[in-house]
Design a protein around this ligand. Structure first.
Ligand code: DGL
Length: 270
């Protein structure tokens, strides 16, 4: 198969990265996607950087060598924070590896309205300091406040949003003194776009909410264009692989992807 007709690999700890896959499908309908959710190891958000980085490396190798992907998107902030540099260097000149953090940093620093940005994410993403370091380096005058919000990914995955439980959890986090005075908020976890409207309502539309799905899809498009890798026609159906299967994951895909998809169990860890 010609290189530009090969699929795009996308992975996350679970099904949260389907928010990114959904944005990619909408923007680039001719591209065939192979999604890998590492549900056997989910959540990544409370694991060490070293462990998450080793998972991300193995999944990327699988997508490149066994699935012949022409590009790989790390559709997970935690894996991007823990493993992007390693993957970029390892596969340099072989395939483009796209993370979800850099396109978001770009969107934030180029928005002149943003003066004080909040960042919410898993413990591992916040603990890595990646967002804080990149924002400081790229725009030193920008004020930022980062808060780990470890309950959110599990809560969303269990379908708890737009209800009194999610309202109470958000209230607890958003009244934390760390986030006071923000004018904008980065949803630095690919699960969080699902509660974007709820967060917007909490702030009464007064805080600008950044989510990564669309900016990452746009970044992918520009890289594929630059490298002459855009597919000219669709070659096959998308596939959705997981390292551990439960029916509840399959049902939850409806929430993240907008439609229920069939998940195939693919154990790459043996
Ligand atoms: N979706 C992952 C992220 O963007 C978080 C979920 C997890 O903790 O595995 O960080």
């Amino acid at each position: 198969m010609q290189r530009h007709q090969q699929p795009i690999g996308i992975f996350d700890s679970g099904i949260g990265g389907l928010t990114v896959a959904n944005a990619v499908s909408k923007l680039l309908p001719s591209e065939q996607l192979i999604y890998f959710g590492d549900t056997a190891h989910m959540p990544y958000g409370d694991k060490s950087k070293e462990l998450v980085s080793s998972y991300a490396t193995r999944i990327t190798e699988f997508l490149l060598h066994e699935k012949k992907c022409k590009a790989v998107i790390i559709a997970c902030n935690t894996a991007s924070a823990a493993g992007y540099e390693t993957l970029r260097d390892k596969f340099k000149g072989i395939v483009p590896v796209i993370n979800v953090i850099d396109p978001m940093i770009e969107a934030v620093i180029t928005d002149e309205q943003v003066k004080h940005v909040g960042i919410i994410a898993t413990k591992t993403t916040i603990g890595s300091g990646v967002y804080q370091e990149k924002l400081t380096r790229r725009k030193p005058e920008l004020k930022f406040s980062a808060l780990a919000t470890p309950l959110l990914a599990g809560m969303i995955e269990e379908g708890f949003y737009n209800n009194n439980i999610s309202h109470a959890v958000l209230e607890k986090y958003f009244t934390d003194k760390t986030l006071q005075g923000i004018d904008s908020l980065v949803l630095a976890c690919t699960h969080y776009p699902l509660i974007k409207n709820e967060i917007d309502a909490y702030y009464g539309g007064k805080v600008k909410i950044f989510d990564s799905a669309e900016v990452v899809a746009l970044k992918l498009k520009s890289i594929l264009e630059k490298e002459n890798l855009l597919a000219t026609e669709r070659k096959g159906a998308d596939s959705f692989l997981v390292s551990d299967y439960t029916q509840s994951f399959e049902i939850a895909t409806q929430i993240f992807y907008g439609q229920e998809v069939h998940l195939s169990l693919t154990n790459i860890w043996q």
